[in-house]
Design a binder for this molecule. Structure first.
Ligand code: 5GP
Length: 240
């Protein structure tokens, strides 16, 4: 597998073409951003941890029967993935109220609602990733109603699989953001990363935040928190 030209550079990742038109290399950078790019930093080794954590979570989802873009981890910073065209919708799953939902609805962070909430946001930095509903997503031409039905069903299965996995390592999966992509054959599969940058993860015993909120809220010990998630998942993976 030969790495070719840079196709795309985002806030936390680079995507390279390969000599196989159906495969790309995703490189995890050490940069962190928050609040629509207003806050930026370089956090040494964050990319290595996110690559490792994302690979473990993707392997787990594949084993649970979810179709994803992930093929294999290549080295400390890179993973090989299927090439997709990302659908510009952030699908956010909330098991516990936190972040923008707490702010927007005046709810206390940590409240556990009786239902699981799935938000859709239009992935547009210039608009601040606005919250949208199904009708908006269809009106924007991003997806059909039928595709949304499939996306919601898969998202619920992903939430069940990840919630159970994190539960086994003493972590509450508070919320997370995922993205889907279209393959050249037209199928819709899970894409992008799954890491403490894209999930809220709270230690079940202490309530300690082990995710990007440590950066967003200046709580310090970011790498220690990401390292803790990596260690716990690795220990579990080694048991099997
Ligand atoms: P909130 O809407 O509360 O800011 O975020 C909800 C969940 O989705 C959190 O786990 C957060 O990390 C994730 N999330 C939402 N938007 C983004 C985004 O633009 N980038 C990343 N990396 N995660 C996001």
């Amino acid at each position: 597998m030969k790495q070719l030209e840079l196709l795309y550079e985002g806030k936390a990742k680079q995507v390279y073409a390969t000599d196989d038109s159906e495969r790309i290399i995703v490189r995890f950078k050490d940069t962190a951003t928050a609040y629509n790019n207003l806050k930026k930093a370089v956090i040494a080794n964050k990319g290595l941890l996110n690559n490792d954590i994302s690979a473990m979570l993707y392997r787990h989802l594949e084993a649970a029967g979810i179709c994803t873009h992930f093929i294999e981890k290549l080295n400390e910073r890179d993973q090989l993935c299927r090439r997709v065209s990302i659908i510009p919708i952030e699908v956010i799953v909330r098991n516990i109220v936190a972040g923008t939902m707490a702010q927007r609805l005046g709810m206390e962070e940590g409240t556990r609602p009786s239902n699981t909430i799935i938000d859709l946001c239009y992935k547009r930095d210039d608009l601040g990733d606005p919250l949208i509903n199904d009708d908006h997503a269809v009106a924007l031409g991003l997806v059909t109603y039928g595709e949304l039905k499939g996306i919601y069903a898969t998202t619920r299965r992903i939430n069940e699989a990840l919630t159970a996995l994190f539960d086994r390592v003493g972590i509450t999966l508070v919320d997370f953001k995922i993205e889907y992509g279209r393959t050249s054959g037209g199928g819709i599969i899970l894409a992008d990363e799954l890491s403490p940058d894209t999930c809220r993860l709270w230690d079940k015993q202490t309530g300690e935040k082990l995710d990007k909120d440590r950066f967003r809220r200046d709580l310090g010990k970011i790498i220690e928190a990401y390292g803790e998630i990596d260690r716990r998942l690795k220990r579990l993976e080694e048991e099997f």
